[in-house]
Design a protein around this ligand. Sequence first.
Ligand SMILES: Cc1cc2nc3c(=O)[nH]c(=O)nc-3n(C[C@H](O)[C@H](O)[C@H](O)COP(=O)(O)OP(=O)(O)OC[C@H]3O[C@@H](n4cnc5c(N)ncnc54)[C@H](O)[C@@H]3O)c2cc1C
Ligand SMILES: NC(=O)c1ccc[n+]([C@@H]2O[C@H](COP(=O)([O-])OP(=O)(O)OC[C@H]3O[C@@H](n4cnc5c(N)ncnc54)[C@H](O)[C@@H]3O)[C@@H](O)[C@H]2O)c1
Length: 489
Amino acid sequence: MAPHPVPHHYEFDLAVIGAGSAGLSAAGFAAQMGASVLLVDKKEPGGDCTWSGCVPSKALVHLASEQAVLGKSADLKRIQESVQATIRRVYQHEDPAALEEKGIEFAQGEVEFLDKYHINVRSAEDGKNRNVSSRNFLVATGAKPVYPESITGFDAIDNKYNYETIWELTKLPQRLIVVGSGPVGCELAQAFARLGSQVTLVGSTLLPRETKRARETVLKALEKDGISFLHSRPAAATQNAGGVVNMVMSDGTKAAGDAVLYAVGRAPVLPAGLAKVVGAGSIAEDGGLICSDTLAVKSCPNIYGAGDCVEENLQFTHYAGYQGFQAVRNALLPFSSEAKIPASVPRVTFTDPEVGAIGLNTLVDAQHHGFKSAVVLRWSGAHTDRAVCQGAEDVTFVELVVANATSPHAKIIGANAVGPSAGELICELSLIVSCGLTLSQVSHAIHPYPTYGFAIQQLCAEETTTRLLKTNTLRLLTAKYKSPCCTIS
Ligand SMILES: Cc1cc2nc3c(=O)[nH]c(=O)nc-3n(C[C@H](O)[C@H](O)[C@H](O)COP(=O)(O)OP(=O)(O)OC[C@H]3O[C@@H](n4cnc5c(N)ncnc54)[C@H](O)[C@@H]3O)c2cc1C
Ligand SMILES: NC(=O)c1ccc[n+]([C@@H]2O[C@H](COP(=O)([O-])OP(=O)(O)OC[C@H]3O[C@@H](n4cnc5c(N)ncnc54)[C@H](O)[C@@H]3O)[C@@H](O)[C@H]2O)c1
């Protein structure tokens, strides 16, 4: 292909490749600023979150919890129709017409990089090629399911699914083996168990990012839903003439299933031609794009990356969206701001109970970041009246990681929450951590009773009062109450 000269005039201020969580947020912000923006995706806009990730999985989790109440097996075809209807309701706000209304030009086609200022878009409709020039590019091409290469014989299994294909399954498998016990594996394993499948979940650690207490709580809940958790890894798989899959784990344990769902992680995807343009040094071992703290690629500073396609990134919709926004801010406005902030990214796994965390949520994390005297404060479900009223006290707790614990300015630097509404709690805890609020400040914010959030204020108030009463001034002021005449005999 003939080299493309550096253009004097660019068709677009910004071309965004990938219309998922990162790309949609980026294109929206650029258009809001009045920049000319082209958004390209090989599929319909929405990305993993809308079509195969957050939206279908959370719809399924919800439908499965309703099914569990009925106590009988689900009609999976009807459930899948309902999931697809939910996807459509979300999609209506991001379809090409909605994008156009926001001032975003959308093109459906596969992108290939030609040089640092040009891409080729091969139209999904008619296969025609369009050469596009842009001053800046944002690569937001997401990730794809990792395939479990290490399982001998896995290629020959017909009835295997991943998070992209599981939405096509319309007959509920009587027995389902779920390989991988991260967020995808745990959420979907519990949903299928509640729909009526007999689920075997296989993984070395359940929710490896979470604390031991959180993991143990979720494990008990999964077992209550009838899931067998095999603390192992599959070594080999075979399928018999009847379609039954037999799996042998590395520790010799066995499982049989009528279908297998593998959820062993997601690997970055990049457009063709990009590696050649940015150089091999800008592509990481995991296949992701290596970006600076401002999300620009060092070798081509007009090319930015955001979301799951960035090397070793946290793979969440909210983080992808945040990075899309920040990349545009850095590309189109003067000065720049940091957009790689893993310690401030909250996460929630939507099992029942939900599990969430934000910031430096363990002592090890806190100490590693120089907070040597940090402590963990815990509020139990038994003292959370809302949890007691809902019979959820055994699966509820809040933990706050507090720095400068003995000072009046003791600050909350991280938190964990487990319980039916932990996802909502994490929103408040995220605000507390990102604003650097102290225990005392939170204790003064009156929370409504009986909410799960009330636990946060109670915990802060109890700790603040206990500490206050230990100060010399308060000891003097309260001394009279400790005189013997006041003791009740
Ligand atoms: C089952 C599941 C459940 C999840 N649940 C949650 C959740 O509850 N909360 C949460 O925060 N996160 C969740 N996630 C993660 C979340 O979906 C992702 O982190 C998020 O979608 C990443 O957004 P992105 O913009 O980086 O990539 P994507 O949304 O994947 O978008 C990338 C887009 O780029 C397009 N593309 C790729 N290559 C090209 C090319 N060459 N040319 C043109 N277009 C291209 C793709 O078609 C795609 O539309 C879940 C993921 C899964 C799998
Ligand atoms: N609620 C949410 O926010 C949510 C939900 C789903 C997914 N996600 C995101 O999507 C990403 C992908 O999720 P995921 O659960 O697929 O990946 P993951 O990487 O989080 O977990 C996969 C698990 O599978 C294990 N594993 C790998 N190979 C295996 C094998 N051969 N056999 C058994 N276990 C094996 C890994 O050790 C790991 O524990 C995550 O990073 C997560 O952030 C988020």
